[in-house]
Design a protein around this ligand. Sequence first.
Ligand code: HEC
Length: 100
Amino acid sequence: MIRTSHLLPLLACLIAATPASAQQPNRALILECMACHGDDGIAKDKDVPHLAGQNYDYLLKQMRDFQKGRRPHKEMRVMSRLMDDAEMQEIADFYARLPR
Ligand code: HEC
């Protein structure tokens, strides 16, 4: 007979192995991004960059740089401060996966 207690470590492994991509970025936050960067990561305004299909590492670095003030920009400085690092990683992953 298989006891449930024997299955628990296995379950814990499966949950831990679930890739970060399975997580959805914070909805309320991403809606704000979409207002400027477009619903599909393709910006309508020519002054706003497209984020769809951009490299994960690049996107994450830009958000960290805005937050730290290494890349100066008024709106993005404000927006970047609404995110913690885990949220920036989720959002970078979300945009990197969108088709260009
Ligand atoms: C008020 C409009 C606005 C909002 C809202 C906004 N952005 Fe931006 N974002 C911009 C503009 C404009 C730039 C270009 C900055 C520059 O000229 O350096 C930019 C740049 C970026 C970049 C760098 C892109 C590149 O190609 O270098 C990233 C990443 C980014 N935004 C992510 C986000 C995320 C994530 C959110 C939501 C939390 C967000 N933005 C919300 C206007 C906005």
